[in-house]
Each structure stands twice: as C-alpha cells, then as structure tokens.
Design a protein around this ligand. Structure first.
Ligand code: KG4
Ligand code: ZN
Length: 336
C-alpha cells in the first residue's frame, strides 16, 4: 500500500508552523516561526498582531517545510490543519491556507483539534505507544486530564476551573520580574532555589479528584511578594520560583496518578508547553516508576506548539475517515 504523506499547518496562537509527516509518526520536516520576540514587548500574546504575522509568514513556512522534507505538493496526500481551539483570527489564517491548497490540488482536508495534536506529539518519538493511556495536557491555554481510549477517542476527566498551568507560570514569572514567556524562566531559576522555602497552597476540588485550580497559588505568590514589600523585607526570586513550581507540579502529579490508578492503565503521557518543565518531568517519572507505569513525554520541541503533532493527529483522523468540507471554519472554543 501507498505511504500517506501529510502536510500539516498550525497557527492557533503565536507560532506559525508547518510540517510534513509520513505514515503518521515519521517527521520529514517541522518548521516553526515563533512570534515570541514580537509579543514580549506586550508581556503576552496580542491577538491581532498574531494574525497579521501569521499571514505574513505562512507561505514561507510551508515552502520551507516542503523543501526540508524533499517533497513537492504533488507528493502530498492530505492537508491537516488546526481549526480550534485558539485565537480566532490566528486560526483563520491556517484554515484558509489549508483550504486553498487542498482546493487547488484536489486534496482531502482534515481539520484537527489542537489538544488532540498535543496528545499525538507523544507518538512521534515513542513508536511503541498506543492507546489506551492517560494523558495530562498542560499548556498556556489548557490543563486537561484526558483518558485516551483510542486514536481519536478521548474523554476529558479533569480540567482547570480557572487559570491554565502555563498561564499561572507566566503570571507568576511576571510578578517576580522574569518576563514573558515565564514557564522556561521559572524552570531555570528554580534550579537555584529551595522548593521547601515557602509553602504555597495546593488546591484540591472536593467534588472532583481530577480538576485543578491555579488562581489560588498565583494569588498566594502575589500576596507573599506584597507582604515582603510592605515589611521592607527582601525576598528570593529563586525560592519563590521553586516553591511555586513545586506547588503546581505536586497537584499535577497527585491528580494524574489518581487517574492512572482508577483506570488501571499502565501507560501515562504528558503533553503541551508545560510538559517540557524539568521538575514536572522528574516528579512524574518518579511517581510512575513507583507504580510500575510507563511514562511517556515528547521532546521539548514537540511539547510547545508545532505542526508535526498536528500532522500525526491528522494521519489517524485520515485513517478513521475524517474529511472536512470547503465550509471548514475556525472554532475558537472547539470541544475535544
Ligand atoms: O503548548 P504551548 O506552546 O501553547 C499553548 O497551546 O498554550 O504552551 C505554552 C506555555 C506557556 O505558558 C509557557 O510558559 C509554558 O508553556 N512553558 C513552560 C515551560 N516551557 C513552556 N512552563 C513551565 N516550564 C517550562 N519549561
Ligand atoms: Zn498548544
């Protein structure tokens, strides 16, 4: 049988990305044009600037992805694209581009859910990984505990009630003066701090063992800093970073391991930007080792937004028969 080669496009937030993926798990190219430097000036992603930058970059990024993969559009079998969730103006650029190429080349169009993409990033380097497994998706916009029942079949068993985990990292980083994006900076600074120095609250929801809340720990960090400033005391940025990071990772590990136990699955994966956090990885590895559960995680480049993961998800959707029509639209609050 013929091998399936997919051109995938991702533009849901602040990365313009394109990738060529063969037979689901072989990444022929993975090109990412990041807008971080642009949005840094504003301390976060500015939606309209993101859309405008996507439209400027997208053709160039696709051209590069094809060139790097050593293929032309004539060798592509389907176009995969993120159509939600995300920033509507940003999504529209990728969706319109994907539709134009699919229409011009007479190719099938496969819309992909961004979170399904993040989860699928685990298939790239873990050739043995197959559903069922539990996956914790932690990014700037999402904190979901997902039961992956099969390719394309998901059950969300837990979610954040307020801030996403990455959002909490970004807000705390801003409060202690580290700049945007905060996650990687807190990760790095924490290595010089004491995670036991300050006890920040860990929220557990009484009505759901799998839901999360990160606004309390974020407020506690802000209160701690204010308190120090009012008393004229100095504080250690590194201790705050390490203690905050511990409060967040402890809850993520506890809830995730509860889910692993409840569903009796021996495989657990993490995904999303925060999944590249070194303390979270170490803590998850240790917890999984204790239980005899195999722990999967993508390399950092496949944790943050990229199109390779969208190509992987598109492949399994393609095999399952998913085809979108010319009326495919961006869906900012798309459900998994
Ligand atoms: O998956 P992603 O690129 O975008 C979304 O879909 O949201 O995730 C970006 C988020 C940001 O909040 C960033 O601060 C966080 O992931 N992040 C990290 C680390 N690297 C990225 N958070 C903690 N530790 C890291 N090493
Ligand atoms: Zn993402």
């Amino acid at each position: 049988e013929k091998e399936i080669t997919i051109l995938a496009i991702e533009s849901s937030c602040d990365e313009t990305a394109a990738a060529v993926v063969r037979e689901g798990r072989e990444i022929l190219s993975n090109v990412i044009s990041s807008q971080i430097e642009l949005h840094k000036l504003y301390g976060g992603v500015v939606p309209e600037i993101a859309s405008r930058k996507h439209i400027e970059k997208i053709n160039q990024v696709i051209e590069e992805a094809l060139k790097e993969a050593g293929v032309t559009l004539d060798e592509i079998d389907a176009i995969g694209v993120t159509y939600g969730p995300g920033l509507v103006g940003a999504l529209l650029v990728g969706v319109a581009e994907a539709k134009a190429i699919a229409y011009a080349k007479g190719l099938p169009l496969v819309g992909v859910h961004h979170i399904e993409g993040h989860i699928s990033a685990n298939y790239i380097e873990n050739k043995d990984l197959e559903p069922p497994f539990v996956c914790l998706v932690v990014s700037g916009g999402h904190t979901h505990l997902v039961r992956v029942k099969d390719y394309g079949t998901y059950e969300i068993i837990g979610r954040t009630r307020d801030d996403a985990a990455g959002e909490a990292f970004d807000k705390v980083a801003r409060a202690i003066g580290l700049g945007y994006p905060g996650g990687p900076k807190i990760d790095k600074l924490s290595k010089e701090g004491n995670p036991e120095a300050i006890v920040f609250p860990k929220a557990h929801m009484s009505d759901s063992p799998y839901d999360f809340s990160f606004s309390g720990v974020k407020s506690a960090v802000l209160n701690y800093i204010n308190g120090c400033q009012m008393k004229g005391e100095s504080y250690s940025q590194a201790d705050i970073a390490a203690s905050f990071q511990k409060a967040v990772t402890d809850v993520l590990v506890e809830n995730a391991m509860k889910a692993v136990d409840e569903f009796g699955l021996k495989k657990f994966a993490i995904a999303g930007g925060v999944a590249s956090n070194s303390a979270l990885r170490a803590a998850m590895q240790e917890a999984c080792d204790k239980k005899g559960v195999k722990f999967y995680h993508p390399s950092p480049i496949y944790c943050t937004d990229n199109a390779a993961m969208i190509g992987v998800a598109a492949y399994y959707e393609y095999l399952a028969g998913t085809r979108h029509g010319w009326d495919l639209n961006a869906v900012p609050n798309l459900k998994l």
